[in-house]
Design a protein around this ligand. Structure first.
Ligand code: CUK
Ligand code: CUA
Ligand code: CA
Length: 612
């Protein structure tokens, strides 16, 4: 309690009375029976006022939670925006020994023996076009999985394997009316099913997958000829959209560049639901696969765009999908309300493209400020280009020589090879035009030289004015891909300081050892600075399951459980329970100890496992 009191006073002192009240609510009140605190009060949910100062001084909190996909590190990160401080890493598909992710029975069950991944796109759950703050979803391009992170505990709670695809790339969540579906794309075409390997690329398919966000089960897949790169959903719950850069079914770079155009693909959700209801699917590897191929299906349309496009992003007013050219120096502006008429045969696919403004060399991704401006990352030029959408549409009607690129408002040089770009709240109806983050693939020249393998460079840009203003550089551990930046009040109300102990049926209330044949269960409470047992006697070859529950309710008081020379190491947060099973195959005396500095007598927090 004394720690809590001190923390409360500290916040009261630096953050003023309003923040102090919320700290009192979160820290002072504990429901003893449940062991977990409820959501914060309404006062605590009000947005932090915008001071346009990127420096977040000691004791102050960031105004935004940034959720970063960690690329081939396999994780998701929480970055405070605008401070750009890395606050937490959430292990998802990777092993993380600091938390024991990949070493405990609970995480092993989710990872199924695969301890690495490649996270590309992280998106939140929505309610009516704005994040509801409950879940994050992220894809694994490596092992073709989708993971869900629950924001109350900020941990991965479900992982679903997606069969029939490879190179799972674009992922997006349903925005309206709320997130029931999550879509993801297979970027690499493969034989479906992939059991009898064909040498002929013509036999390969791409697949668009729909996942039930609540159950984390596959709803259906749509079989395509094209590959699918990035994904987006509209703001009306009608469509998912993807880009395809390999309509050629090429297997080499030059083959994939063979056609003069490629596609933006649109999937019609009501028609997909009807096809499912009418039983118009084949079951392949346990998944309902709908027919989406050209000429064989009314579920999909193909909008021709300049060759090898990349990102697709929908403007916060829901009107436009912006498809970034990559190989073409343009973006294609697609009017979403016209799409239905293409499905109905009243319009030609190309008629939905209402502008194709010049942007720069290698446009990749577009983000928005909610004031009608778009910001596109330009890879080859290494710039962020601010342009006005309406101006681009108006200019389209002018003769070529009169266009003069007047839609372009500003061009900011960023560090080399920018990939994703994201503005605050930009993937919601409440895009607020405060900050933009440019995720640059190269960091050379920006930081101390750390050898051949260098980090990445993330740059913070102030977008409140007419001009883009670069305000901060930070180095990022390899290799962040994409991010979303979410207003603090949306997330904060969900986040808990301790687990609800009895949500976990394994929770240990009394320490002890139980034997059933060669299986031994060791139940341990952890209370600073002691484990509930001082020694456990085992016989060589016994299968031991250690279950540890942290009984300290003080916020931030974590314990660790590590077993010397047994490669076991995990952390338990307040009221959390974790378990691990291993064979006691080495005779001798082995100290188990607490790894997380929890008390003045933290070093003394240890016990013996004696294996005879
Ligand atoms: S993407 Cu994944 S490889 Cu999100 Cu532009 Cu780069
Ligand atoms: Cu418990 Cu250190
Ligand atoms: Ca192509």
């Amino acid at each position: 309690m004394s720690l809590d009191r001190r923390k409360f006073l500290k916040y009261l002192g630096v953050a003023g009375a309003a923040a102090g009240t919320s700290m009192l609510v979160s820290e002072g009140i504990k429901t003893k029976e449940k062991g977990a605190i409820g959501p914060l009060t309404a006062e605590a949910q009000t947005t932090t006022p915008q001071k346009h100062d990127y420096e977040v001084k000691p004791g102050e909190l960031d105004a935004y939670y940034g959720f970063w996909s960690g690329g081939h590190s396999g994780e998701v990160r929480i970055i405070g925006v605008p401070s750009m401080r890395e606050i937490k890493r959430i292990p998802v598909f990777n092993m993380d020994v600091a938390t024991g992710w990949g070493i405990t029975n609970e995480s092993k069950a989710l990872l199924k023996g695969r301890f690495c991944g490649d996270t590309h796109h992280v998106h939140g759950s929505y309610n009516n076009g704005v994040y509801d703050g409950k879940y994050l979803f992220v894809n694994d391009k490596l092992n073709n999985r989708v993971a869900r992170i629950r924001t109350d505990y900020m941990e991965t709670d479900k992982i679903v394997d997606v069969p029939n695809i490879q190179g799972m790339h674009g992922l997006f969540t349903q925005r309206y009316p709320k997130t029931e579906w999550v879509v993801c794309n297979g970027e690499f075409q493969v034989p479906v099913p992939n059991t009898n390997p064909s040498q002929k690329p013509a036999d390969y398919n791409g697949i668009h997958t729909v996942i039930d966000a609540e159950k984390m089960e596959i709803v259906c897949q749509v079989l395509m000829d094209e590959n699918m790169d990035l994904a987006a959903t509209d703001y009306g719950g009608r469509y998912s959209m993807t880009t395809s850069y390999n309509i050629e079914k090429g297997v080499t770079v030059s083959e994939m560049l063979g056609s003069d155009y490629d596609y933006m693909l649109v999937f019609h959700w009501d028609r997909m639901k009807k096809a499912l209801k009418d039983g118009k699917y084949k079951v392949i590897n346990g998944v309902k696969v709908l027919e989406g191929r050209e000429g064989k299906s009314d579920l999909t349309i193909r909008i021709p765009v300049p060759k090898n496009p990349h990102g697709i992003n929908v403007s916060p007013d829901g009107k436009y999908a912006i498809c970034s050219g990559k190989v073409s120096p343009t973006c294609s502006v697609i009017e979403i309300d016209k799409i239905e008429d293409v499905f109905n045969g009243k319009l030609k696919p190309k008629d939905v493209i209402i502008a194709q403004p010049f942007i720069g060399l290698g446009p990749l991704h577009t983000t928005f400020d909610g004031k009608g401006n778009a910001y596109t990352s330009v890879f080859i030029d290494s710039t962020n280009v601010k342009w006005n959408i309406q101006k681009a549409i108006d200019n389209e009607k002018l003769p070529e020589e009169k266009k003069k690129n007047s839609h372009i408002i500003d061009v900011l040089d960023v560090n080399y090879q920018v990939g994703h770009i994201m503005a605050t709240m930009a993937e919601t109806k409440e895009a607020d035009g405060q900050w933009l983050v440019s995720l640059n693939k190269f960091s050379k020249d920006r930081f101390l030289n750390v050898g051949p393998l260098k980090n990445e460079c993330e740059q913070l840009v102030d977008i409140t004015g007419e001009k883009l203003k670069l305000v901060h550089d930070s180095a990022a551990y390899l290799e962040p891909h994409d991010c979303i930046i979410v207003r603090r009040d949306i997330i904060e109300k969900h986040v808990k300081d301790r687990y609800n102990m009895f949500d976990n049926p394994l929770a240990v209330t009394k320490s002890g050892v139980e034997r059933k044949g060669k299986k031994v269960t060791v139940r341990l409470t952890a209370n600073a600075p002691v484990f509930g047992l001082t020694e456990v006697n085992l016989k060589k070859g016994e299968e031991v399951t250690v279950i540890v529950t942290n009984h300290d309710e003080i916020s931030d008081l974590d314990h660790g459980f590590a077993l010397s020379n047994y490669n076991i190491n995990f952390v338990v947060a307040p009221f959390q329970t974790k378990s691990v099973t291993f064979i006691a195959d080495k005779p001798g005396v082995y100290w188990a100890y607490c790894t997380n500095f929890c008390h003045a007598l933290h070093l003394e927090m240890r016990m013996r496992l004696i294996v005879t």
